[in-house]
Design a protein around this ligand. Structure first.
Ligand SMILES: [Zn+2]
Length: 199
């Protein structure tokens, strides 16, 4: 259902999140809506690069039109493999037009699978974003940042308790997280017309 690029991106996030996004794609396909996973796991450098857009070296906003995230490095669940961004995939291309009617269904069906939608963020409405954080709060805290730094992403996943609440069958086997893989540049660029926020 999902294209190979989407599946490759999903292979780097928590397997339950991956399974839910695959289920999301299956359910949407029944309504003739195709989706692409545009962003999945990011490393610190990826997040820093996104956060620096529109900001000076002190982190002050100098060009609001260039801002794509309010999440400084360490503050996005993407860095923990617990968030993905998806968008309608029309004619084999991502369609970033938020007026596209598919967005509403993507959010509704995602929420029905108990994914937390970025439309629920108070600071920005981040429509493409879904996260699954288990016992952790909507934004990463010091506890989880310390855990990632000291023990790695699998320790974060274990502490999240997500596996214990697996509500959908895994569609693919759990693959070990490639700790040393360079993933910078792997995620899809955010097009200029998409300025609404990206956590
Ligand atoms: Zn996101």
């Amino acid at each position: 259902m999902l294209d190979s690029i989407s599946l490759q991106r999903l292979s780097q996030v928590h397997p339950v999140l991956s399974a839910k996004v695959q289920r999301l794609a299956e359910l949407l396909a029944k309504e003739s809506i195709e989706i692409r996973v545009t962003q999945a796991l990011r490393n610190y450098a990826d997040q820093l690069k996104l956060w620096q857009k529109g900001r000076d070296e002190h982190g002050n906003i100098v060009d609001g039109s260039q801002i794509v995230t309010n999440a400084a490095p360490g503050h996005s669940w993407h860095e923990f493999g617990l968030a993905v961004d998806v968008c309608p995939f029309v004619g084999r291309s991502p369609d970033w037009n938020l007026n596209h009617p598919a967005w509403k269904r993507i959010v509704e069906v995602g929420e029905s699978l108990e994914l937390f939608s970025g439309t629920q963020f108070h600071s920005i409405c981040d429509t493409p974003h879904f996260q699954l954080t288990g016992k952790f709060p909507a934004s990463p805290n010091d506890e989880v940042r310390t855990l990632l730094r000291n023990e790695g992403i699998e320790a974060v996943w274990k502490a999240s308790g997500i596996a214990a609440n697996l509500a959908v069958p895994l569609l693919s086997p759990i693959s070990p997280y490639p700790r040393t893989n360079a993933i910078a540049g792997q995620n899809e660029n955010t097009p200029d017309q998409y300025k609404r926020g990206l956590c």
